[in-house]
Design a protein around this ligand. Structure first.
Ligand SMILES: [Zn+2]
Length: 492
C-alpha cells in the first residue's frame, strides 16, 4: 500500500507540472494492488463455507463469533421465524449497505462477506492502512442472507414462493419489508445488491463466461443518469479495473431496463447509489470458490475507493464500455454429430446441466438435457467436442447387479469401454445418490435416452465403430483418458 500511495503522490506532482487540464481518468485513483487483494482473500477465507449450499443454522455461529468491532442487531424474522441480522462496522460518516442472498440459492457473495468480516477483524498483516481507512471513513452495514427460508431449501424464492426482488412495491414478504426498512432507516449513500446469475452468460463479443456481471440499475423508464446513478457506475468501473487484471474479459454488464418492482431500481430512485454484483460461472469452479474470491476482492476495493473518494476519478463512459451480458454458453457443445431419422443428418448439440435438490436440499444430483440443437455456431461450451465423423449410439445395460461397496469408478469405466452405459442394482437403492461415472438402474429400468430438445443426455459418441466418448447426465467422459469427475448422480 505504501508503494501505491507514493506512486500516486509522484503522479500528482507530475500532473501539476505538465498539465492544467483534467485528464479523462486520473491514474492516481487510490486503489488496492491486485496482489494485495489476492493475498487478503487467501488469508481470510472463512473455511466453514467450502461449498455454496449452507443453511441459516450453519451461518449463525459465524455471526455470533464476531468481535466488538462489529455491532449487531436482529432486524426481524423470515416467514419461518429465522433471524435476519445486520452487522455494522466503522466510525465514519459515509454510509454503505451491503446485502446478500435475497435469492436463497445465490450464496456466493454471502461466503465473501464472511471472508470480509474476517479481514476486518485481522491484524499485524500489512493491511492496517486499508482497515483504518475503512473504519475512519465508512459506516458499513452488512445484511447477509436476506432470504434464509429460501437458503434452507436452496431455491430462489421465499417460503411463500415470492421473489423478494420483485416485492419492493407490495412488500408482501416480511423479508422484503425488513430490507426496505433497513435502507429507509439507515439512508446509505451506497448500496451493494449481491446475487448469483446462471453460468451461461458470456461477455458479449467473446466466448468468455461473464464470471462477474454488474449493473447500476436505472431509476426510471428513460434510464436517466443523475449523480446517484453515475456514482454507482464509477464504483463499478473501479471494480472492473481489478477484474480485468485478475480475469481479463470475464466481466459482463446487465441490461438496464427499469424494473419497477426490484430493490436496486427503487433504492437508486431513493438516493442510494446502488451496485448490482452477479456471480456467474467460471470453468471448473462448480462451487464458485474462485468467484467468491473475486467478490471479496472487488467489494474490498470498492469500499476503499468509496472511503477515499477514489471512485470519482472514473468516468461514466468507462462503465458503458463494459461488454453486455449475452447468454451463449452450454455446459457441453458437440459440433456436427450425426443423428439418424430415415436418413443421416448432422447437428450441433448443446447440453446444459442442472442441479436437482433431494430430500435434504443441501444435497443434490445433476441432470443434463439437450438445451438446443441445429446450427449452434454462435454458442460456446465450457467443454466442446469438434471432431468429424462422430455418431450418437445408445448404450447397453449390464444386467448382473453390482455391489456398491466394492464397485469402483475404474470398474465403471471398464463397463463403459465395453459399451455398457448403465449398471444395475437392487430395487431398494432407488433414489440413492452416488458418484460413479455410469448410470445405475435399480431393478428393471430403461436408460433414459432421446435426441429431442429436453431429452436426457445419456449416450455414446462413436467413430468408425470405436466408442470414443460417453455422455452421462450431460457430463463428458473421454474413454481414452477418463478423468475423475466429482459428480452427483441418483440411482434411477
Ligand atoms: Zn438474484
Amino acid at each position: 500500500m505504501r508503494n501505491i500511495l507514493s506512486v500516486g503522490f509522484l503522479f500528482f506532482l507530475i500532473s501539476l507540472s505538465t498539465s492544467c487540464s483534467r485528464p479523462e481518468r486520473k491514474l492516481d485513483a487510490p486503489t488496492i494492488a491486485v496482489e494485495d487483494l489476492r493475498r487478503a482473500a487467501e488469508m481470510y477465507r472463512e473455511k466453514a463455507f467450502p461449498v455454496r449450499r449452507f443453511s441459516h443454522a450453519d451461518m449463525i455461529p459465524h455471526i455470533h463469533k464476531r468481535s466488538n468491532l462489529f455491532s449487531q442487531e436482529i432486524l426481524g424474522q423470515s416467514i419461518e421465524g429465522r433471524d435476519i441480522f445486520r452487522l455494522d462496522f466503522g466510525q465514519g460518516t459515509k454510509k454503505v449497505m451491503l446485502w446478500s442472498q435475497m435469492h436463497g440459492n445465490e450464496s456466493t457473495a454471502t461466503m465473501a462477506l464472511f471472508d470480509l468480516f474476517n479481514f476486518l477483524e485481522g491484524a499485524d498483516d500489512g493491511f492496517e492502512e486499508i482497515r483504518n481507512t475503512l473504519a475512519e471513513n465508512l459506516h458499513i452495514r452488512f445484511i447477509p442472507m436476506v432470504n434464509p427460508d429460501g437458503a434452507e431449501r436452496f431455491v430462489r424464492r421465499n417460503a411463500w414462493e415470492i421473489d423478494l426482488n420483485r416485492d419492493f412495491l407490495h412488500g408482501t414478504s416480511p423479508e422484503a419489508v425488513i430490507l426496505k426498512q433497513a435502507r429507509d432507516n439507515f439512508e446509505p449513500r451506497f448500496g451493494f445488491n449481491l446475487h448469483d446469475q446462471n453460468t451461461y452468460y458470456t461477455a458479449k463479443g467473446s466466448r468468455n463466461p461473464a464470471t462477474i456481471s454488474v449493473l447500476a440499475p436505472a431509476y426510471d423508464e428513460a434510464t436517466s443518469i443523475n449523480d446517484v446513478r453515475s456514482n454507482a457506475m464509477k464504483v463499478i468501473v473501479g471494480m472492473n479495473e481489478i477484474l480485468q487484471k485478475e480475469v481479463p474479459g470475464h466481466v459482463g454488464k446487465y441490461n438496464d431496463a427499469f424494473e419497477p418492482r426490484a430493490f436496486g431500481d427503487n433504492f437508486q430512485k431513493r438516493g442510494t447509489s446502488t451496485i448490482l454484483i452477479e456471480s456467474g460461472g467460471y470453468p471448473n469452479d462448480p462451487e464458485k470458490q474462485y468467484i467468491r474470491r473475486l467478490n471479496f476482492m472487488i467489494i474490498l476495493n470498492a469500499l476503499y475507493q468509496i472511503a477515499t473518494e477514489g471512485f470519482t476519478d472514473y468516468t461514466v463512459e468507462a462503465y458503458f464500455a463494459i461488454p453486455d451480458n449475452e447468454s451463449r454458453l452450454m455446459d457441453l457443445l458437440i459440433k456436427g454429430v450425426a443423428l439418424n431419422d430415415s436418413v443421416n443428418y448432422r447437428v450441433d448439440l448443446g447440453i446444459r446441466r442442472r442441479e436437482v435438490e433431494v430430500a435434504d436440499p443441501l444435497d443434490y444430483y445433476v441432470s443434463g438435457s439437450i438445451a438446443d440443437l441445429g446450427d449452434l455456431s454462435v454458442f460456446y461450451g465450457y467443454e466442446e467436442i469438434d471432431e468429424s465423423g462422430l455418431v450418437i449410439v445408445p448404450g447397453k445395460t449390464y444386467e448382473q447387479p453390482i455391489n456398491f461397496d466394492s464397485f469402483t469408478p475404474d470398474d465403471a469405466v471398464e463397463l463403459l469401454r465395453s459399451g455398457y452405459l448403465a449398471a444395475t442394482t437392487a430395487e431398494s437403492f432407488s433414489g440413492a445418490l452416488h458418484n460413479l461415472p455410469i448410470i445405475v438402474l435399480s431393478g428393471k429400468k430403461e436408460i433414459p435416452f432421446g435426441t429431442a430438445i429436453g431429452s436426457p443426455t445419456n449416450f455414446f459418441l462413436q467413430k468408425e465403430d470405436i466408442l470414443k466418448f460417453a455422455v452421462i447426465n450431460g457430463y463428458l467422459i473421454d474413454l481414452a483418458i477418463p478423468e475423475a469427475i466429482r459428480w452427483k448422480q441418483k440411482v434411477l
